[in-house]
Design a protein. Structure first.
Ligand code: PNS
Length: 160
């Protein structure tokens, strides 16, 4: 069985993430989407909320499974026998850091990374921007699924 991992913070999941997850689900027998806890980033949603949003929004793909993990991506891959990470690349600005992580992950554990060009419609899209715009009452309805939008509106005006 060909398996791949889509790791991320998913705070919250956006249409850009879902585009990559859906395309990965077309390429692999099973795709695991894992919410990684990143202590250097302050989050709007708890890990449980992020997990639930992903469960809801990926229900259309039967070969996608959602998980959470606190630790290194390569340790997750090793523990679950996953040989490849799938990452979306929005622009050249993503490339330097993503290349560095991909090379590090391959060096650490032989885990490869497949880079997928983001749909140009979402090349500017980032969860951090969505949160900032939503906090100030801006319209992000074209950037996130309706249920995520509802949750974002529920947090509007909530300080970090
Ligand atoms: O959605 P994000 O915040 O860009 O996701 C980043 C993520 C979760 C992929 C990254 O922070 C990560 O890899 N975290 C796990 C810790 C780890 O493995 N670090 C070493 C990377 S070489």
């Amino acid at each position: 069985m060909r398996r791949a991992l889509c790791p991320g913070s998913f705070d919250p999941v956006t249409n850009g993430h879902l585009d990559i997850i859906g395309r990965a689900a077309d390429l692999y027998d099973q795709v695991v989407v894992a919410v990684f806890v990143n202590q250097s980033k302050s989050s709007m949603f708890s890990v449980e909320e992020r997990h639930q949003m992903l469960v809801d929004e990926t229900a259309r793909w039967p070969n996608v499974r959602i998980d959470t993990f606190h630790g290194l991506v390569v340790d997750y891959c090793r523990a679950h026998d996953i040989p490849v990470i799938v990452k979306g690349l929005r622009a050249v600005s993503d490339f330097d850091y993503e290349l560095q992580m991909a090379q590090m992950n391959r060096g650490l554990a032989g885990v490869d990374t497949l880079f997928m060009p983001t749909n140009p419609e979402y090349s500017f899209l980032a969860s951090s921007l969505v949160k900032e715009i939503a906090k100030w009452g801006g319209d992000v309805s074209s950037l996130v699924p309706p249920d995520v939008l509802t949750r974002l509106k529920g947090r509007a005006g909530t300080p970090d």
